[in-house]
Design a protein around this ligand. Structure first.
Ligand code: KG4
Ligand code: ZN
Length: 357
């Protein structure tokens, strides 16, 4: 039973949490959204500076609200890849420093593994194997979760990630950053059948479509053409933004649902755990739950506050690794890219270390 202090600073949230395995004892998430909003997206240099300004306060708040002292903490975890290098460095350096000062093991965590582990926060008894539909701002993948640290990618997007598509379409509609929550709100009062939009199929050389891979750039272009056509037709009249948002959201939800269900059935996996910011989307939640129940599949979503970036998910992944004896060397650096299939690179093999010395 590991109690972990975890730090997440890979993008635009400064987050610190204390978790006891899959139970959250405290979680502080300081969003930088208002700072980046004026630029229409995340500015890496601004993100790093903001993390620096916020991290110490977030650490103090997380420790105070968990009402624990360092004696009760078994390890310190931090996201080390993938993400913005300068932003990652702030969290990783803070975590290593705390690990050295308090003489605790240090555990580097892969950001996407954190998103996979977010589902354990709504269902602590979940165990692999299961399928994870990972839909964030930078990634869209179907991942076969075989064990802690053991992953196989079964499907992915060939271009934009689902969250990226939400952000780009929102910008097109003048809804600002981040786009997902804004589209979700408007879609709730729009007609999802107002405009037929493509589902982003990937053609296979021999004919037919790839069953698990997707594309969202064509959908984004289709929305752009639709907006241009509507503007030409109706001049200064207001765009039917709610109907466009609802039609776009329905198309993404259909596309992700169809692929996730096909993949789970083909691989005999009866649970689909969804992770990443787009897991908060109400259209996706509704569509996937309905389709899964028709096939007797179980779908799990993280609690809403743990869909987007947070440190509780990083701590939960870190605890599982520490429980298995996986710790990271203090020489571990940050990486802007690292495949989820390579997460075990972050850990030293204790048996090898000891037997060679
Ligand atoms: O997982 P996340 O916080 O950061 C990454 O690891 O990328 O995901 C952020 C993404 C953004 O693209 C944001 O627009 C999207 O998640 N998002 C949503 C919703 N809430 C956040 N997309 C659709 N519907 C939402 N309710
Ligand atoms: Zn994320």
């Amino acid at each position: 039973m590991a109690t972990i202090l975890a730090i997440e600073t890979s993008c635009d949230e400064t987050a610190v949490a204390i978790v006891k395995n899959r139970q959250v004892l405290s979680s502080i998430i300081t969003s930088q959204i208002s700072v980046h909003q004026e630029y229409g997206g995340v500015v890496p240099e601004v993100a790093s500076r903001q993390h620096l300004e916020t991290i110490n306060q977030a650490l103090a708040q997380a420790i105070e609200s968990a009402q624990l002292d360092w004696g009760a903490i078994d390890g310190v975890a931090a996201t080390c890849a993938p993400g913005l290098v300068g932003a990652l460095l702030v969290g990783l350096t803070a975590a290593k420093t705390l690990a050295i000062v308090h003489q605790k093991p240090f555990i580097g965590v892969h950001h996407l593994e954190g998103h996979i582990y977010a589902s354990y926060l709504s269902e602590p008894f979940l165990e692999p194997p299961f399928l994870c539909l990972l839909v964030s701002g930078g990634h869209t993948s179907l991942i076969y979760v075989k064990d802690c640290g053991v992953y196989e990618i079964l499907g992915q997007t060939h271009d934009d990630a689902a969250g990226e598509a939400f952000d780009k379409v929102a910008r097109l509609l003048g809804l600002g950053y981040p786009g997902g929550p804004a589209i979700d709100l408007l879609a709730a009062v729009g007609n999802p059948q107002a405009f037929p939009l493509p589902e982003g199929n990937i053609s296979l050389p021999g004919g037919g479509y790839h069953p698990y891979d997707s594309s969202f750039s064509g959908l984004k272009t289709a929305v752009l053409r639709l907006v241009q056509k509507l503007q030409q037709r109706s001049g200064n009249q207001e765009l039917p933004v709610c109907d466009i948002a609802a039609s776009f959201q329905a198309s993404v939800a259909r596309s992700l649902t169809r692929r996730a269900i096909a993949c789970a059935l083909d691989y005999g996996l009866n649970t689909i755990a969804v992770g990443g910011g787009v897991a908060a989307n109400s259209g996706l939640r509704k569509h996937l739950l309905a389709a899964a129940s028709a096939h007797n599949l179980r779908v799990l979503f993280p609690p809403l506050k743990f869909c987007t970036d947070n440190a509780a998910m990083i701590g939960t992944a870190g605890a599982d690794h520490l429980n298995r004896g996986h710790t990271s060397p203090l020489t571990l650096g940050v990486q802007s890219r690292l495949a989820i299939t390579d997460v075990m690179q972050l850990y030293q093999d204790l048996r090898t270390t000891y037997s060679s010395s």
